[in-house]
Design a protein around this ligand. Sequence first.
Ligand code: ADE
Ligand code: ZN
Length: 339
Amino acid sequence: MPVPKAELHLHIEGTLEPELAFALAARNGIDLPYANAAELRAAYAFEDLQSFLNLYYELMAVLRTEQDFADLAAAYLTRAAAQGVRHAEIFFDPQAHTSRGVALGTVVEGLWRVLGDSERTHGVSTQLILCFLRDESAESAMQTLRSAEPYLDRIAGVGLDSAEVGHPPAKFREVYAAAAELGLHRVAHAGEEGPPAYITEALDVLGVQRIDHGLRCMEDPALVERLVRERIPLTLCPLSNVRLRTVDTLDRHPLPAMLDAGLMCTVNSDDPAYFGGYAGDNFDAVRKVLALNEEQLRDLARNSFNAAFLEHDEPRRARYLAEVEAYAFPSPPTTSGPA
Ligand code: ADE
Ligand code: ZN
C-alpha cells in the first residue's frame, strides 16, 4: 500500500479519463471530435496552461446530469484510494458548467451523491472547494458565490484557477472578503505561470491559507523566507508542471530545493487524467526521479495532513498522522542487476 496522504490540489473535472468521457458522451448523445479514447489521449500534448485549458473546458461538454458528476467522483475516489489518498479536498469549477446551461445544483448534488458517503464507500474523507475562474469577471465570481449559498453546508472553501497571467489575485478582493464572511476557507492558484508577486497578493489581498502551486516563489528569496516563516502550505503538482512546461523535465523540478529551503510542500495531482498520474504516481515519480529519501516522502505526507482543512476534526487529523508515522516504505526497486 502506498504512503497515506491527503490530496489538496485536485480538479474533479481534471479526473475525466478519455474512456469515461466517451461513455458519458454516448449516454448524453454528444459527439466528440475524436474517433475514440486513444485518439483523444493522443491529443494530450500541451504547450502551456492555456493549451491544456482549451481541451479541459471542451471535454466538460459531456458532463450534463447529476449522475455524470457522481460517476466522475466515484471514478476518482476509486483511483485515489488505491494510491493511498485518505483525505481529499476537491476543486470544482461551477462557472465552466453554468455557462453551458448546467445548474450549480446539478453539479453539487451530483458530486455529493458520492462524496457525501465517500468515507464509508471508498475509505476517503472528502471536502469540496468551489473555484472561481480568474479569466472571468469579478462580478461573475460574486454571482457564483451568491448562487452557492444554498449549498454551503457542502462547501469548505473557495479557490481561484484557470488562466493565471493577466488575472492577478487582487481582481477578486471583494469575493474573497465575502467568502471569508461566510466562514469559508480560502486558497488560490498563484505562481504556476504567474509571477511571485501574485503569491504575495494572494496572501495579502485575498487572505489565502494555502497557495496552489506557488512554484515561482523560488525566484524571490524574501518571499521564500516569508512562506517558511508563516508555514504557508504549497500544493505542488510535479507531473502537471512537466506536462504544462512550467519545468523542462521532472529531474529539474525545484521540489528538493524547496524542501531544503524549509517550505511546507505537499505533492498532488492537479488534473490526473491529463497529466499522466494520480497522487501516488506523483509521489512515485518524485521519489524515483528526484531521489527523495524516506524522510522527505514522510514529510510530504505529514505536510498534506497538517495543511488539510481538518480543524473541525483534529482527532481525524491525528489518526491520519499516526498512519503516516507507522508506515513502512517498501525498499525502492534496484536499478542494477545482481553483481
Ligand atoms: N484548472 C485546472 N487545472 C488548472 C491548473 N493547473 N492551473 C490553473 N487552472 C486550472
Ligand atoms: Zn490546479
